[in-house]
Structure formats: C-alpha cells, structure tokens
Design a protein around this ligand. Structure first.
Ligand SMILES: NC(=O)c1ccc[n+]([C@@H]2O[C@H](COP(=O)([O-])OP(=O)(O)OC[C@H]3O[C@@H](n4cnc5c(N)ncnc54)[C@H](OP(=O)(O)O)[C@@H]3O)[C@@H](O)[C@H]2O)c1
Length: 340
C-alpha cells in the first residue's frame, strides 16, 4: 500500500510517497481503507516539530516536553502524519463489536496520527464513527478535528442563545467550526481573521467579520459575552473592556500566565479566563455527526490533492492561501467504484 512518509523534520519536501506494508488489525482493531485526509495545524506542526521551540509552542512548557518526546527528539518517531480521515472498514479484529467490514466511517486519530496512508488500523474504541450520510468522504474527512475541538471548548464557556461571541482565528480549523456551532446555538457571531478569508468566514454564518491586519477588535467599543481566542493572539488585559459583565475569555492556546489568570479570575472579579483542553472523544464525534446531518455544520473544501501532491498541499496551507480545508485523497478510482 502507499503512504506519505517522513523520516526527518523539515519543510514540505520531507514528505515522500512510498510503498509500505499493509497493516493487519489486532483483536480490538479495525482496518480502515482510507479515502481522504487533511492538512491541518497539527500536521504542519508535527512535520517540523524540531523548529517549534518552547516559546513558539502555543501551550505551557509542561505540555511541550511530552509533545516533543511523543513526536520524537531529533527525528519523528511516527513516520506518517494525518489526524483526520474518512474511509471504509475493510476488516475487523475478532473482538470488535462496533463495526463490520463495509461500514463507511470518519474520525480523528489525534496526536498519534497515521492517516496519510491508504490503510491504517485503529482501536474500535478510538474516535471513529459511521460517516454522516449527507457527506462525501472528502467532506467528512475535513470536519472531525476542528468540530470536535470547537464543540468541546465552547461547552466549557456555556454559550447561550442570544449572546454575543467574538472568535479570534475564525478562518482556521477550530475557528471555522466554532463560528458554525456558535451560530447554531443562537449566538451572534463576530469572526476575526486575515483579509483573504473574510468572505469565507461570512459564508459560515458570522454576522460580522473583522480583519486583524486592519483593525484591533479591542478598540472598536463593541462588547461580547464570550471572546474565544484560538491562537491566543490577544490578551485578557486588552480584552477586558470588550467583555460584558460576567463575560468569559476562552483560550484554546495558552501559557502558564493565562492558567494563573484563570485561577485568579475564578476567585476575584466578574470576568473569567478559561483555558481548556479538548482531548477528543467518540461522544463528541457522534455529536458532530448529528450536527452535520442536521445541516448545522458544513464542510468547506478549498482543494483536493492526490497523495502524490502532498508536499504541494502542505506548502499551499503553510503559505497561507487556503480558504477552508485542504484534502489529500487516496485511491479515488477504487472509491468511485464503491460509490456507483
Ligand atoms: N485546547 C486544545 O485542546 C487544543 C486542541 C487542538 C489545538 N489547539 C490549539 O489550537 C491552535 C490551532 O488552531 P487551528 O487548528 O484552528 O489553527 P489554524 O487552522 O492554523 O487557524 C489559525 C487561525 O488563527 C488566525 N490568525 C493567525 N494570526 C492571527 C492573529 N495575529 N490574530 C488573530 N487571528 C490570527 C488565522 O487567520 P488567517 O488564516 O485568516 O490569517 C486562522 O483563522 C494551536 O495553537 C493549537 O495548539 C488547542
């Protein structure tokens, strides 16, 4: 079988299409015949993790060290990227109960990755579920990471219908899902992103969009019940005046300083800092599937590239061109045979 393999950290040029052995499922595993995966924030980070110093890492130092050890010190330990996927169950181990061969599935492999391959095995108890009926494999592959993270993180902020939310980083994997989920909860959404992606964020349902290269949202006099900052580019001190009474400042990326602010604001004052981690669960994936099937989350695909063009796909994302998601497709002809 074919896989996109990398054996050293570096630029997109470290990605090579190779022939490797097809895996066999253990007793509790399913073998997935994979049709589509994506290029997301985690893939770019894992591909070049040696360039991510503790100061560049968007999480506290005590997360950086285990992440470095998990990814590999001088060289990557796992040689296949890809955290999101959609495909078919090809075979199951003898104790598998949840799936059978032929099931169409989608899911999220998290930091262990491995979806840049035509086949991979995962535990049946991993973050995998039956694919939404109203999506193609390509569409289903682009949703899990961002939507699971956005759903889980937004829950921690208890967003209510009628509230005003600002999402800083609204055009990325997590932000684009957060815009859709918040809007469907009945919130009024303002999305902050770069110039190229203003229309994209508007198309997701944001009532207002702000270009961070031209305007500082903390200076326009607007106030919000919730400010959700994905990359942690703002700061609580600058956002305080943009938060309503009892407003929440939710961070997907944070450092020790923000953890201390969370502790402090949980005891004093009416405005709270919330730093949250979303591990990703099958329950969240099933909630995401329901939202997709109810038409509340859509997949936006910028482009699909075959496996042979994985390096170009990484370059396209890294250079900041994408509007929506970039898909890497596998074995398209075989999939089309199955669909017809
Ligand atoms: N807490 C958790 O459990 C958890 C889980 C997974 C990931 N994360 C964190 O989430 C982050 C990745 O999120 P993602 O996958 O959504 O990333 P992404 O797809 O790369 O999107 C990044 C977003 O940030 C925007 N942005 C870039 N510079 C900005 C600035 N100066 N001001 C405001 N917005 C800016 C981008 O806008 P443009 O592209 O339009 O310029 C884009 O909307 C990482 O820091 C990661 O550590 C946290």
């Amino acid at each position: 079988m074919k896989a996109i393999v990398y054996t050293e950290y570096g630029s997109p040029d470290v990605l090579h299409l190779k022939e490797i052995a097809k895996p066999s499922p253990k007793d509790n595993e399913v073998l997935i015949r994979n049709y589509a995966t994506t290029v997301n924030f985690g893939d770019l980070m894992a591909r070049n993790f040696k360039a991510i110093s503790p100061s560049k890492f968007n999480m506290p130092l005590f997360f950086w060290l285990p992440t470095l050890l998990a990814f590999g010190l001088g060289k990557p330990r796992n040689h296949i990227l890809g955290s999101e996927f959609a495909g078919d169950v090809e075979a199951v181990g003898k104790s598998v109960m949840r799936f059978k061969p032929g099931d169409q599935v989608f899911g999220y492999l998290g930091q262990s990755m491995g979806a840049y391959a035509e086949y991979f095995c995962m535990s049946e108890n991993g973050v995998v579920a039956i694919k939404p009926a109203n999506m193609t494999y390509e569409e289903a592959a682009v949703v899990p990471y961002g939507a699971i993270m956005a759903l889980s993180l937004l829950r921690k902020a208890d967003l209510q219908s009628g509230q005003k939310v600002l999402i800083n980083g609204a055009s990325g994997g997590i932000g684009s899902a957060a815009v859709q989920i918040a809007r469907n909860l009945g919130a009024e959404v303002t999305g902050v992103c770069g110039t190229l992606r203003l229309d994209f964020v508007k198309s997701l349902g944001a009532a207002k969009v702000i270009d961070y290269t031209k305007e500082d949202f903390t200076q326009n006099g607007e106030t919000y019940d919730l400010i959700f900052d994905i990359l942690g580019k703002s700061s609580f001190s600058r956002c305080q005046n943009s938060l309503k009474q009892n407003g929440r400042y939710l961070l997907a990326s944070f450092k020790m300083k923000q953890l201390l602010q969370m502790l402090w604001t949980s005891m004093f004052g009416s405005k709270r800092v919330i730093c949250a981690v979303a591990p990703g669960s099958v329950e969240d994936l099933n909630s995401v599937k329901e939202l997709i099937e109810a038409g509340k989350i859509k997949a936006v695909i910028d482009r699909c590239s075959p496996m042979e063009q994985a390096a170009e796909a990484h370059r396209y994302v890294e250079e900041g061109y994408k509007k929506g998601n970039v898909v890497i497709t596998m074995r398209v002809s075989k999939r089309e045979e199955n669909e017809h």
